[in-house]
Design a protein around this ligand. Structure first.
Ligand code: 13P
Length: 254
């Protein structure tokens, strides 16, 4: 089964209001001029730019995502942001479980599962990030790590809910290092993820889930990665900060 490719820009802690709006305007102009409809494009700015970016892309077909959310619905959690707030800013997607949050904010598979459940409950589509560290790859336990992440993070997720989840395979050693995983390495893990999803869900559900790759994707390596049928798109960090390189990556999906 072939699924629609999915490219998301994760700006991480970059871009203020003005730069976010400018980027959104430029990408919208390109998107409309070239009538892009063969892939889903999602921009994930920092919280502070969500609403402004939404205004700029609203009605264009480009979608909005957030980079994180709290697992509770509301309440006394100073500094936190909940799913309904993201929705009120126009977000349709939310990145959950990024390795930087696992690493610096102590997120565990259990808290990530709570966030995925809450996002789905509130009508947001999770982009669930999983991936092994360099040590885990060297210890040859990549598949075990991935399997555990899938099982724990997707606990209590129904078949129907599963169809709105995008899985981002982001090996930690490839993020921000300039050292992308080879197409062969990505393909092998993506096949493993698909196989595990088929154990957890009916085949037709598992086949609809998009499995994308993230980690040092740039205009030079994107074409080779996206040429593979097992790679349903990308989650782009550094190379999504410049409109031109993001456009080149989008164009590599043809
Ligand atoms: P880089 O593309 O900068 O390696 O970041 C990948 C990433 O973490 C996307 O979420």
């Amino acid at each position: 089964m072939s699924v629609k490719k999915f490219i998301a820009a994760n700006w991480k802690m970059n871009k203020g209001l003005v730069q976010s709006q400018q980027f959104a305007e430029e990408i919208r102009a390109y998107y409309e001029k070239h009538k892009i409809s063969h892939i889903d494009i999602v921009l994930c700015p920092p919280y502070t730019s969500l609403e402004a970016v939404h205004r700029k892309i609203n009605g264009s077909g480009i979608k909005l995502g957030a980079q994180n959310m709290h697992h509770e619905s509301m309440g006394a959690y100073t500094g936190e942001i909940c799913a309904s707030m993201l929705k009120s800013c126009g977000a349709e997607y939310v990145i959950i479980g990024h390795s930087e949050r696992r690493q610096y904010c102590n997120e565990t598979n259990a808290t990530i599962n709570k966030k995925v459940l809450k996002a789905l409950d509130e009508g947001l589509k999770p982009i669930l990030c999983i991936g092994e560290t360099l040590q885990e790859r060297e210890d040859k336990i990549t598949e075990g790590v991935i399997e555990e992440q899938l099982k724990s993070c997707l606990s209590h997720i129904s078949e129907e809910q599963m169809e709105s989840i995008v899985i981002a395979y982001e090996p930690v050693w490839a993020i921000g290092t300039g050292k992308n995983a080879t197409p062969h390495q990505v393909e092998s893990v993506h096949n493993f993820i698909r196989k595990k999803l088929k154990k957890m869900y009916p085949d037709d559900t598992a086949e609809k889930v998009r499995i994308i790759y993230g980690g040092s994707i740039n205009p030079e390596n994107a074409k080779e990665l996206f040429a593979l049928e097992t790679i349903n798109g990308g989650l782009i960090g550094g190379a999504s900060l410049e409109v031109q390189s993001f456009i080149e990556i989008i164009n590599s999906t043809h």
